[in-house]
Write a protein of this length. Structure first.
Ligand SMILES: Cc1cc2nc3c(=O)[nH]c(=O)nc-3n(C[C@H](O)[C@H](O)[C@H](O)COP(=O)(O)OP(=O)(O)OC[C@H]3O[C@@H](n4cnc5c(N)ncnc54)[C@H](O)[C@@H]3O)c2cc1C
Length: 248
């Protein structure tokens, strides 16, 4: 959902309810895992040799995943361009190992007025206790209130930001009034092992042996990364699911 308020008096603010993830660069295939693992027993092998027995390849990848031999899953790389609210990036950047990040700057450029408002399918009401939350549908009135409160607040915050910029206040100072619902963008580069660790924590899945309770918005990012990765490394992806979605 993307819409821009049509009132001429409104600040030129737009609202989104989704996140986007683009796979911009990759060097990632199941054969990278086989190549790294087989050096243990067979030395260097050609791609042809690696791929000549698919059943054996599948078995080896499954064995590595099951017994948590993790390092062969590190010899690959995926770079994603992610557009999501700042509160998602705050959570995302807690993932320190096997990740590289570069995010747009609020010091060197004026931040665009694009803000997060939950879409109609976002469950709004939290029930349960910490560590065991469940989210249920909001009522139409709760959705209406959430959209209205957020949009009013975003417009006011962005107007204050613009007023300060117009008065000559530095971008790095003026940005303090902008809320964490503001969209940002970043490149995030990882490998299959670090992505699996991320997905184990930031997605919910019926095959997960250890349940996690991620915030829906970072899960939306995770789901899109997962779909890209599944296409690149189908055997590794299948083994991850078959072994309870625990990173090796
Ligand atoms: C549902 C959920 C709720 C959360 N709630 C909160 C919260 O309320 N407050 C909060 O602050 N954070 C919270 N977090 C963030 C969480 O604590 C982790 O920081 C985040 O999930 C990254 O996990 P990680 O440290 O395993 O990943 P990475 O930083 O990528 O590390 C990967 C692995 O490397 C090893 N490692 C990394 N650094 C060290 C180290 N310094 N010492 C020893 N081993 C290390 C560990 O084995 C770790 O699992 C939450 C995360 C989730 C998924």
């Amino acid at each position: 959902m993307t819409h821009t308020p049509d009132s001429a008096e409104s600040a030129p603010v737009s609202f989104r309810g989704e996140v986007t993830v683009e796979l911009v660069k990759h060097s990632a295939a199941d054969s990278d895992v086989l190549w790294a693992a087989r050096v243990s027993t067979a030395g260097e092998q050609s791609l042809e040799e690696l791929q000549k027995d698919p059943e054996r390849s599948k078995g080896l990848i499954n064995f590595l995943m099951r017994d948590r031999h993790g390092s062969p899953f590190e010899h690959n790389s995926m770079t994603f361009f992610i557009s999501a609210p700042i509160f998602v990036f705050r959570e995302f950047m807690r993932h320190r190992v096997g990740w590289s990040y570069n995010e747009e700057s609020g010091r060197y450029r004026q931040l665009e007025p694009v803000f997060y408002v939950p879409g109609a399918s976002r469950k709004l009401v939290q029930q349960g206790r910490p560590g065991k939350y469940e989210f249920v549908e909001g009522t139409p009135a709760q959705h209406e209130l959430t959209s209205r409160a957020m949009e009013d607040s975003y417009r006011q915050a962005y107007a204050a930001y613009q007023e300060m910029l117009a008065a000559g206040v530095a971008r790095e100072v003026a940005r303090a009034v902008l809320p964490v619902g503001l969209y940002s963008s970043m490149y995030a580069t990882c490998n299959a092992r670090s992505l699996m660790h991320f997905l184990g924590l930031r997605t919910q899945h019926e095959q997960a042996k250890v349940p996690s309770f991620p915030q829906r918005e970072i899960e939306m990012v995770g789901e899109q990364m997962e779909a890209h990765w599944a296409r690149l490394m189908p055997l590794t992806y299948a083994a991850f699911n078959a072994n309870g979605r625990i990173a090796p």
